[in-house]
Design a protein around this ligand. Structure first.
Ligand SMILES: [Fe+2]
Length: 262
């Protein structure tokens, strides 16, 4: 039975099975960083991550995102990432036991990614992406999230303009994100190339948008601007974003300290 580590974002794929041929005590994260140094293999263990399904039917986002797009995007591209990852992990049992979050961070390896990073991060990004949308999405965020957006971007309109600008100026394939910055204690928009996921440098993701062409070509051809416009106005799940910000506030104090300091 796989051991579970604390999983900071509730969207990671699950470690679904493991073949333990020897008694195995899972070491702590820091200890396993030696993998990139001299930690040796000691048992035949295989880690498997499951393909999470989107939290809605494949036709539920129509007409803004077609069933055909999700069939192919999730059923082929996302599936390929997870199958590729499991295939790699089957050859590298030292990575057994990580949550997906930890696997992404450790394979990023401080900016010198190992071979497993691209698949691991793309699985994480896609899990998060499906849950960043909902049927009947778009509209306005509410309550604390809206207040935080207005505080950090000036207005919700300004946020949408900056998010769109980031999406349209990303060269090639990648992602645009609304994240909570731990040190700055504020929301920010970041864009990442290819598979990079901002958890590798400590950001707390709130929303992401897939800007690989496979995400929108069938529905919008190469009109990325229209895809971004539809995402913001009809697809984005402010409910999920609110839950994620609430989770993030457990680690980032966005208000004045309420506990007197002696
Ligand atoms: Fe994708």
């Amino acid at each position: 039975m796989a051991s579970c580590y604390f999983n900071p974002i509730p969207t990671s794929s699950h470690l679904i099975s493991a073949d333990l041929s020897t008694k195995f005590k899972i070491p702590k994260l820091l200890h396993r960083k030696k993998r990139f140094g001299a930690l040796s293999r000691s048992s035949k263990i295989t880690a498997y991550y499951g393909l999470k399904t989107p939290p809605y039917e494949h036709d539920a986002l129509e007409p803004y995102m077609s069933k055909k797009t999700i069939d192919i995007h999730w059923g082929e591209h996302h599936r390929n990432f997870i199958e590729g990852l499991n295939k790699q992990l089957g050859k590298d049992d030292i990575l057994y036991g990580y949550t997906l979050d930890e696997l992404v961070k450790v394979t990023y390896n401080n900016g010198n990614p190992s071979a497993e990073f691209n698949n691991a991060a793309e699985v994480w990004n896609h899990d998060f992406f499906w849950e960043s949308m909902q049927p009947g999405g778009g509209d306005m965020p509410i309550l604390g999230l809206l207040q935080q957006i207005e505080k950090d971007f000036g207005s919700f309109t300004n946020f949408k303009e900056k998010f769109t600008e980031a999406a349209l100026t990303l060269f090639g394939s990648g992602w645009v994100w609304l994240v909570l910055k731990r040190e700055e204690k504020q929301l920010a928009i970041v864009k990442t190339s290819n598979a990079i996921c901002p958890i590798v440098w400590g950001d707390i993701p709130i929303i992401n948008l897939d800007l690989w062409e496979h995400a929108y070509y069938l529905d919008y051809k190469n009109d990325r601007a229209e895809y971004v416009n539809v995402f913001l106005n009809h697809l984005v799940s402010w409910n999920a974003a609110t839950e994620r910000l609430t989770w993030g506030e457990a680690f980032v104090n966005l208000g004045e300290p309420k506990i007197p300091v002696a």
